[in-house]
Design a protein around this ligand. Sequence first.
Ligand code: SF4
Ligand code: SF4
Length: 97
Amino acid sequence: MTIRVMSSRDLLSLNKFTIDDGHPHIELDKAICVQCVQKPCLLVCPAELYTRDENGGVFLDTIGCLECGTCRILCPNGGIIHWEYPRGKFGVQYHKG
Ligand code: SF4
Ligand code: SF4
């Protein structure tokens, strides 16, 4: 038997995501995010979905969201103005944990 060791990134790439067009399950207030100095969301998202934008704020692509809620808990300034689990049949489907 061969045991294949897979990295976290490889495992995450096996997940499937069903997009709920027009109904993002996380929304940001860009004006608040521009003022946020530490921007912990850039560091804590396990799927690395938060990136800096050209205006000094952050951009979030919800495709790939693992629905862990970490960003919601650790956002210090209320920039996440909407966070909910995707509606039924949408969002992440885990394949290998
Ligand atoms: S931590 Fe919250 S307020 Fe700060 S940049 Fe990220 S989402 Fe915006
Ligand atoms: S819920 Fe988790 S995976 Fe989704 S954007 Fe927030 S930190 Fe990233």
